[in-house]
Design a protein around this ligand. Structure first.
Ligand SMILES: Cc1ncc(COP(=O)(O)O)c(C=O)c1O
Length: 410
């Protein structure tokens, strides 16, 4: 890395790169400043507002004179209680609000805290390919090595535990899993989670399920902690970013055995000094919203997803039916070398940004990921631009304008 200063960065940063989206958003901003109206269908940042009651609570609490001080390192009791009740209500998991719940400034920071609390040089962490890039970077920042495990359509995007069982796992201390899965949208099942916990116990691995997508277009609410005996060997991350349209608020949760939570708190309490109390109390309100909140939200996402299917159909992509989450994960047609090529063509030719699947790992090379976080009109505009061919190198071969039923690779 070249630098204009005389201060070299710490060598640990050599193991990681600037986050893909951090760079891509700069490029999109530069294109926009040149007058190109780029439609960003890449990022999973909900465009819809939180429930009005949640915003009202934030407003009301921040008017009070005594809500502005530093807060407890482990979150206010109201938020911990609300998280525990939420897990009981939706996931049927009993959590002790005092000792088994740790509010986080978003689940992304939790990933780093877990890595820093349990991993060190000489350790390995099992990381999904494809997967959320933070699992690898957090592992590397903690000085540990990454052992990728492949996910594939053939295996329902679940890890093949029989294959992993045959590997030398002596140095593996953490396994990152993420169900419902991002980027693929695949779900796990209770029997699979039971197998996973048995695997983790056998190899003395801390298995961490990152679970922020449960409430988006997903019928099967499932927590890894619902498996009997999971708490001794598993942690679960969750978040209000996607489920409650509160990505910018930065509120998440870590749940699990009190001793594991205490270990993470030992690290985290040296990093931050609690969260703004009005944010915590408003988040507690969000967690108490009735089920209708999710029903209404999902109606909107379901309609948007139909538009995305239409767009993908036009591009000749294939996708799996029955998957959920905030994205559609689609295989690109053979005429493209990979998802990067299609993404580049659509970005520079039609000014529509779709995420190349390869940024989540080599198993995603032939895929693209389309976010549902845009209004229907934006998808319509994107469809119109791509349909017209624009400056696309290989404009879609449209023999008619009738949208056919989805191509399915399920
Ligand atoms: C799989 C996964 N985990 C975690 C996060 C981060 O969520 P949060 O906003 O709670 O930090 C994301 C965000 O995109 C994600 O896709």
């Amino acid at each position: 890395m070249t630098s204009n200063t005389i201060i070299p960065p710490a060598t640990r940063l050599n193991a990681v790169q600037e986050y893909y989206f951090s760079k891509k958003l700069r490029e999109i901003a530069a294109m926009r400043s040149e007058g190109k109206d780029v439609l960003n269908l890449g990022i999973g940042s909900p465009d819809l507002p939180p429930h009005p009651k949640v915003v009202a609570e934030l407003n009301a609490q921040s008017q009070l004179p005594d809500t502005h001080a530093y807060q407890s390192y482990k979150g206010v009791p109201e938020l911990r209680a609300a998280f525990a009740a939420w897990y009981g209500r939706f996931f049927k998991v009993k959590l002790n609000a005092d000792s088994e719940v740790l509010p986080l400034i978003g689940s992304k920071e939790g990933i780093v805290h877990i890595a820093m609390s349990f991993l060190e040089k000489g350790d390995l962490a099992l990381v999904p390919n494809p997967g959320y890039p933070a699992y690898s970077t957090a592992t590397k920042l903690a000085g540990a090595g990454v052992m990728k495990y492949p996910l594939s359509a053939e295996n329902g995007w679940l890890p093949d535990l029989d294959i992993l069982n045959k590997k030398d796992l002596q140095k593996v201390k953490v396994m990152w899993v993420n169900y419902p899965n991002m980027p693929t949208g695949a779900g796990a099942t209770k029997p699979f989670f039971e197998k996973l916990i048995a695997f983790a116990k056998k190899h003395r691995i801390l298995v961490v399920n990152d679970n922020p997508y449960s409430f988006i277009l997903n019928k099967n609410l499932l927590s890894l902690l619902s498996v009997d005996g999971a708490k001794g060997t598993a942690l679960e991350l969750n978040s209000l970013s996607k489920s409650h349209n509160m990505a910018g608020w930065r509120v998440g949760i870590l749940a699990g055995h009190a001793d594991l939570i205490q270990t993470v708190l030992k690290f985290k309490s040296n990093m931050d000094s609690g969260m703004f109390k009005p944010v915590q109390l408003a988040a507690a309100k969000a967690l108490q919203l009735p089920q209708n909140w999710f029903v209404d939200l999902n109606k909107i996402y379901a309609k948007r997803r139909e538009k995305v299917f239409e767009l993908l159909q036009m591009l000749g992509c294939e996708w799996e039916e029955g998957n959920g989450g905030m994205f559609v994960w689609a295989r690109v047609p053979e005429r493209y070398k990979d998802g990067y090529e299609l993404s580049g063509e659509v970005l520079y030719g039609a000014h529509v940004f779709l995420t190349p699947g390869g940024i989540f790992g080599s198993q995603g090379d032939r895929y693209i990921r389309v976010s549902l976080c845009a209004k229907e009109e934006i998808f319509e505009e994107a469809i119109g631009r791509i349909k017209s061919g624009g400056d696309l190198k290989s404009p879609p071969d449209l023999t008619d304008h009738i949208v056919k039923p989805p191509n399915s690779i399920a």
